[in-house]
Design a protein around this ligand. Structure first.
Ligand SMILES: [Fe+2]
Length: 267
């Protein structure tokens, strides 16, 4: 696979003073146990070089299959934590299915979550954590979308009421960040009150046609709206990573792996 590229996004918010430089985040998604350099040292160095205030994980750092090694994900996170970086971990469909189905995956998820906790990282399983940096008070939510919505050819609608039932109502006094692996329901996330949603899952659409975008989603939808990059709707933001790895279809065309850097700024 080709080397990762750094994609930078400026996200504006009225919750910061006019023009003020706010927190900086590195966002990781869909590593799928890939390693850049031994034990992901090259990727860890690239993250640390950005001097982010925190790291946001938008899921699928590993692939949910028996015998999967946690080493690439855990060693990456260990290097980030050893420099004192806060890491907020949201599960993707791969972590979630291991968590949901111990009858298929044994205690893999329990062991992985334990390895994260030993590093001082709490997997946000439909939970939230408060975070403060650069004068901005934030709440970071990790959201696990039910498996049903990940099925192939599933065009089901997901409503903000459902998100409120799962996560509660966000407090508009804070800047609310939602780690939501699947970007398809961005409008529901925004209506719920996510100021910023970070996602992955689509791997950039696998093949990207210059000027058009990503071709296909894991659910076999063609030319997805939220394939990669920064989107804004009703003053709420979404950043979708092209992902850092692949699985099953080990293919990326015009679609480099992505390390996302998100800079919040007052508008
Ligand atoms: Fe995924």
């Amino acid at each position: 696979m080709s080397d990762f590229r750094i994609f930078e996004y400026e996200v504006n918010t009225a919750k910061l003073p006019d023009g003020a430089e706010g927190p900086v985040f590195c966002m990781l998604a869909d590593l799928h146990s890939h390693s850049y350099g031994e034990d992901n040292s090259r990727l860890a160095r690239a993250v640390l070089a950005q001097k982010p205030d925190a790291v946001l994980v938008a899921g699928d750092l590993l692939t949910g299959r028996l015998g999967e090694s946690f080493l690439p994900a855990v060693s990456l996170l260990r290097q980030l934590r050893s420099e004192g970086l806060p890491v907020y971990y949201g599960n993707g469909n791969h972590e979630y299915r291991m968590r949901l189905h111990p009858e298929l995956y044994g205690n893999m998820y329990a062991e992985y979550a334990e390895a994260l906790r030993e590093l001082g990282i709490v997997p946000l399983e439909n939970e939230k954590a408060a975070f403060q940096a650069k004068g901005l008070s934030m709440v970071i939510y990790g959201f696990e979308l039910e498996e049903f919505y990940y099925q192939k050819f599933c065009w089901a609608n997901f409503q903000e009421e459902e998100l409120e039932r799962i996560l509660g109502k966000p407090d508009e006094e804070h800047y609310n960040i939602l780690l939501a692996h699947n970007p398809v329901y961005f409008h529901a996330y925004a209506e719920w009150g996510a100021d910023l949603t970070v996602s992955g899952h689509l791997h950039g659409g696998i093949i990207r046609i210059p000027g058009i975008g990503g071709v296909i989603t894991p659910q076999a939808r063609l030319f997805p709206r939220y394939d990669a990059g920064h989107f804004r709707w009703k003053g709420r933001d979404l950043v979708v990573s092209r992902g850092l790895g692949t699985h099953t279809i080990n293919l990326r065309i015009f679609n480099p792996p992505e390390l996302s850097v998100i800079r919040l700024k007052g508008e």
